[in-house]
Design a protein around this ligand. Structure first.
Ligand SMILES: [Zn+2]
Length: 380
C-alpha cells in the first residue's frame, strides 16, 4: 500500500459515503494534481491512485500539474509528465494541460491536445494574469475548437473575477469548471452565469458553509465533486460533497450526477443534465449547539492553515478542545447524536495530533469532517 491507511475514525465517514453512493455511480474527481509544487506539496502517480482507491477501485480523476519549479518554458515538462502518468493509469486519469497565458500557451495547448490532453487548466493567481486579454481569448478559442473543458482556479487569493464571467458569456460552447466552488466571486458567477449552458462548480472547498451556499445559488446539475488532492483527500472531499448534497435534498440519481456523471458528460463533449432550481433555501434553520461547535471547528481549520504545512497542533487543538466542550452537553436536545459523533471524531483527532506532525494532516481531516457534520445535521 503506497497510501497511509485511513485512521479508524474515518470508518463512519466511509460507511456514509457508501450509503449515499449508488453501486453503479461513476466517481470522477474533477480536480487533482500530480508532480511537485513550489510550496513543498508533491504527489506521485501511485499515491494518487491509492487515494482514489480509498473511494472506489474504479474512481477516476481529471489531473494536472502543480506550480512546478520546472514549468518553464510553457509548462512543457510538467505537462509531459502528466500525460505520461495518465497513459500509465489505464484510463483512470484524464490529463489536462496547464497553460501560462504569458508563455506561448497556444503552441503548448495544441501540442498537448494532439498528445491526448482532455482539458485545459489555468491558475490566474499562480500565473498572475487576468481574463480581459487576447491570450485568454485565444485559450478559450483553443478549448472550443478542441471540444475540451477549461478548469480555472476561482478560490483563495483572487481579485474580483468579472472579466472571466464576460469571457465565459462570449464562449457559451466552452465547458467551464470553476474550481473551489468559485468562492473568490461565488455570488457574481452564480448570478451572471445563471444562463450559461456548461459552467460547473467544483466542490474542493474548505468551508462547509460555502458548499451549502453553492447548492443555494446554482443548480445541483452544475456542481461536480473535486478534492484538490494533494491539498485535500478524495474520500474526505466526497464525504463533504455527498453529505451536503443529501442535506440539499438530492436523491440517489442526482447525487450520482454530482459524484461523477456530470463531469463524465462534459469530458465526453455531452451537455450536462438540464438545470433545475437551486435546492437549498436562502434562509435556513440551524441548531445553536451545532453552530457553536462548527464555529470552533472553522477556527481550528483557520489555525491549521495559518500555521502549516504541517499544521501546528499547539495552535489548532485549543479550538478543538472548545468544540469538545460544546459536545459535553447534559441537555443536547435533538443535537445529541450529532454532538456525540462529533466528540468521537474530535477525540480521535486529538489522539492523532498527539502522535506527531506527520499525523497532523489526518487529524485536520477529522476536524473538517466534524465541521461538515455540524453544518449539515438535520435532526430537529
Ligand atoms: Zn488545485
Amino acid at each position: 500500500m503506497v497510501v497511509e491507511p485511513l485512521p479508524e475514525a474515518f470508518a463512519t465517514m466511509d460507511a456514509e459515503v457508501r450509503e449515499l453512493l449508488d453501486d453503479r455511480s461513476v466517481v470522477l474527481d474533477a480536480h487533482t494534481h500530480l508532480g511537485v509544487d513550489e510550496d513543498g506539496q508533491a504527489l506521485e502517480l501511485d499515491r494518487l491512485l491509492g487515494f482514489l482507491d480509498q473511494v472506489d477501485s474504479g474512481a477516476r480523476a481529471c489531473v494536472f500539474a502543480l506550480h512546478d519549479p520546472d514549468r518553464r518554458p510553457s509548462y512543457r515538462t510538467p505537462n509531459d509528465r502528466v500525460l505520461a502518468w495518465a497513459a500509465a493509469a489505464e484510463g483512470r486519469l484524464y490529463p489536462f494541460c496547464r497553460l501560462d497565458p504569458a508563455d506561448d500557451p497556444i503552441t503548448e495547448g495544441k501540442r498537448c491536445l494532439a498528445l491526448g490532453a482532455r482539458g485545459i487548466k489555468l491558475h490566474p493567481r499562480a500565473q498572475a494574469f487576468g481574463f480581459d486579454t487576447p491570450a485568454a481569448r485565444a485559450i478559450f478559442e483553443l478549448a472550443r475548437d478542441g471540444g475540451v473543458p477549461i478548469l480555472i482556479h476561482a478560490g483563495r487569493g483572487m481579485p474580483p473575477m468579472d472579466a472571466l464571467a464576460d469571457l465565459a458569456q462570449r464562449f457559451p460552447e466552452v465547458a467551464l469548471v470553476l474550481a473551489h466552488g468559485a468562492i473568490a466571486d461565488q455570488a457574481m458567477f452564480a448570478t451572471r452565469l445563471a444562463g450559461h449552458p456548461a459552467v460547473v462548480y467544483d466542490t474542493s472547498i474548505f468551508s462547509p458553509f460555502d458548499l451549502i451556499e453553492l447548492f443555494a445559488r446554482v443548480p445541483a446539475e452544475r456542481i461536480v465533486f473535486a478534492s484538490d488532492v494533494p491539498y485535500g483527500r478524495p474520500i474526505a472531499g466526497l464525504f463533504a460533497t455527498l453529505r451536503v448534497a443529501a442535506y440539499a435534498g438530492l436523491d440517489g440519481p442526482e447525487r450520482a450526477l454530482v459524484a461523477g456523471a456530470t463531469m463524465d458528460a462534459l469530458l465526453a463533449g455531452r451537455p450536462p443534465a438540464e438545470a433545475t432550481a437551486p435546492r437549498v433555501p436562502a434562509v435556513r434553520v440551524v441548531n445553536g449547539r451545532l453552530a457553536r461547535a462548527g464555529a470552533y471547528l472553522m477556527m481550528a481549520f483557520g489555525a491549521a492553515m495559518g500555521s502549516g504545512p504541517p499544521p501546528d497542533a499547539a495552535r489548532v487543538m485549543p479550538m478543538v478542545a472548545l468544540a469538545r466542550a460544546v459536545c459535553r452537553d447534559p441537555d443536547p436536545g435533538a443535537a445529541g447524536p450529532a454532538l456525540e459523533r462529533l466528540d468521537g471524531l474530535l477525540a480521535a483527532a486529538e489522539g492523532l495530533a498527539a502522535q506527531g506532525s506527520d499525523r497532523a494532516l489526518a487529524a485536520i481531516g477529522l476536524v473538517m469532517a466534524a465541521g461538515v457534520i455540524a453544518a449539515t445535521d438535520q435532526s430537529r
